[in-house]
Design a protein around this ligand. Structure first.
Ligand code: 4AZ
Length: 549
């Protein structure tokens, strides 16, 4: 800003930079410049490119009092060309694990000691620091200061740290040949003091948010996995609840266990033991299914997208009805009836309908409060970019409370089906299956398919199918969630990610080791003064990467 460095940042694709929210006093991008390929703040930088900004996006839940969610995204005024000096970093995917002691590197142009500016010519500094587990970091910094959205690093002896002016810059960890960003420099009590590790925003918590801001050229998300058990889980501290009892067998964690503190993930159905026959359902098989009820009577199905938002069909909702009459029942217990048939009943805070003109519409319901995720309550994954490409011949499932000889009882049933060609030029945005007995009570519910261990919503039941008298075999048509991707990204900001290895877009199929053509850009951010007193997944990398290093 005005020719002065104020914060760091990291390039994540050709036009987006990640930085810290506290670096920006407003979202006005005017007057800021980002420098890429820069080494020194003074003198010449032959490999440098600069860009102005056209957008600053602060995390919607950034809390300047607690520094929770201290992350921002900056969109460059135009894309930069990559070079040997300018290249995007990979980002830690949701579900990444950084055990206590994980080797990390932080870079920046901040102070080299408390109140000690980086001397001329202000060359970029690097420091190597180990991760300090969240329990221990909370203990050291004061119980309650470190949230799940933060990750700490530093030496107990002090002497190495980030500092004022380093804010917004990256903390990275090398996994095989790939550098993965785990943190964004956020805060600390002083710099490099003994027993006060630096605090970073935990990048893996923001995969959905970051993805939701970027329309094309997705950044490279990579799951970082620390080997072995995390020593931090047994760290004891007076102000903290006691650590959980040790797992009976660390080599085979129970399948019901959450993968890491970086969850939630979507599409997990730990109790779904396919294959099973068509018919009534075992509890927990379809943990995202919700029953949407008007005055206590089931009207439509729906699918949970996160702890407080669900998806259904707009056909289920009439704007003349008072919202207080709707309830959503979550956590179906199919073998039970009556009041015990669901784990939770929640009121509806908001119903938002999409406004597509070329197709029927979907409804997004916001619940009055969040539900607690468990084996019986999970969110379903959404493939908003059609990257999963569920192909003709795949086996998928429809679940719902349609009346299929249930004598009026509310029974969740499941129907296996096969994806078929839609056979209709007007079917873009649709996905089709062989015939099933879909009833009014099923409308709003999902067509689900499994991909890479996770369940995805491949289609939405928009209405009761019209029976064709001219065809021997009916083909059922469902709307694809991707048809409504813009609407869903806007109304459901936090879409959890599947527990897979990466979500990077397949751009090229091999790791590039040769030079790229150049491209550049620059970044700037404004923050409090700071600086560094710095002193097996390879196969998937080859499958997905070219994009980050
Ligand atoms: C700062 O003021 C700052 N030791 C950044 C990082 C750290 C301390 C202060 C971590 O921007």
């Amino acid at each position: 800003m005005s020719g002065s460095h104020f914060c760091g940042g990291s390039l994540i694709n050709k036009e987006w930079v990640v930085s810290a929210a506290h670096c920006f006093s407003s979202t006005n991008p005017n007057g800021l410049t980002v420098y890429l390929g820069r080494q020194t703040q003074q003198g010449s930088n032959p490999n440098e490119v600069s860009r102005s900004l056209d957008r600053i996006v602060l995390h919607p839940n950034y809390d300047s009092d607690t520094s929770d969610n201290d992350i921002a995204m900056l969109r460059l005024s135009s894309p930069v060309q990559f070079s040997n000096f300018i290249r995007p970093v990979c980002l830690a995917a949701s579900g990444s694990v950084f055990n206590n002691g994980t080797d990390s590197w932080v870079t920046g142009w901040g102070n080299i000691g408390e109140g000690v500016a980086l001397p001329f010519p202000e060359t970029l500094q690097e420091v190597e620091v180990p991760v300090v587990g969240n329990r221990q970091c909370n203990c050291l910094n004061g119980a309650g200061t470190i949230t799940e959205n933060m990750i700490c690093a530093g030496l107990l002896a002090g002497g190495k740290d980030s500092c004022q002016g380093d804010s917004g810059g990256p903390m990275v960890n090398k996994q095989q040949t790939v550098w993965v960003q785990s943190g964004v420099v956020s805060f600390g009590f002083g710099c490099a003091r003994p027993e006060l590790p630096g605090v970073y925003s935990r990048v893996s918590r923001y995969q959905s948010w970051i993805g939701s801001q970027i329309q094309s050229d997705p950044p490279g998300f990579v799951t970082f996995s620390s080997p072995g058990a995390d020593g931090d889980s047994s760290h004891t501290c007076p102000g903290l609840p006691p650590p959980p009892p040790p797992s009976p067998d660390v080599t085979t964690p129970a399948p019901t266990e959450s993968p890491s503190a970086d969850a939630p993930v979507c599409g997990r159905a730990a109790l779904n033991t396919r294959p099973a026959g068509n018919g009534s359902v075992v509890a927990g098989s379809w943990p995202w299914m919700v029953s949407i009820q008007w005055n206590g009577v089931h009207v439509c199905g729906g699918s949970l997208l996160n702890e407080e938002i669900l998806l259904s069909s707009a056909d289920c909702f009439d704007s003349s009805l008072n919202i207080s009459g709707w309830t959503v029942l979550v956590g179906p217990q199919p073998q039970k009836n009556g009041p015990d048939a669901f784990l939770f009943s929640l009121a509806v805070a908001n119903i938002t309908l999409s406004n597509a003109t070329s197709s029927s519409n979907i409804a997004v319901l916001q619940l009055e409060s969040s539900v607690e995720l468990s084996d019986y309550v999970q969110s379903l994954c959404m493939d908003l970019t059609d990257q999963r490409a569920f192909s003709v011949g795949s086996t998928c499932w429809v679940t719902g409370w349609g009346d299929r000889q249930n004598n009026g009882d509310l029974v969740l049933t499941e129907m296996e089906t096969t994806l078929v060609d839609c056979e209709n030029a007007a079917s873009t945005g649709s996905i089709c299956t062989t015939d099933m007995n879909i009833q009014q009570g099923d409308v709003g519910g999902p067509l689900v398919c499994k991909s890479d261990q996770s369940w995805f919503q491949a289609g939405i039941i928009m209405g009761v199918p019209q029976r064709s008298l001219t065809r021997a075999q009916n083909i059922l048509t469902f709307s694809k969630p991707s048809t409504f991707s813009a609407f869903l990204r806007e109304t459901v900001v936090d879409l959890p990610s599947p527990l897979t290895l990466t979500t990077a877009a397949p751009m090229t199929s091999t790791v590039q080791t040769t030079d790229y053509d150049d491209d550049i850009d620059s970044i700037a951010d404004n923050a409090p003064p700071g600086s560094l007193s710095l002193s097996f997944l390879l196969f998937m990398i080859s499958a997905f990467v070219s994009l980050c290093w």
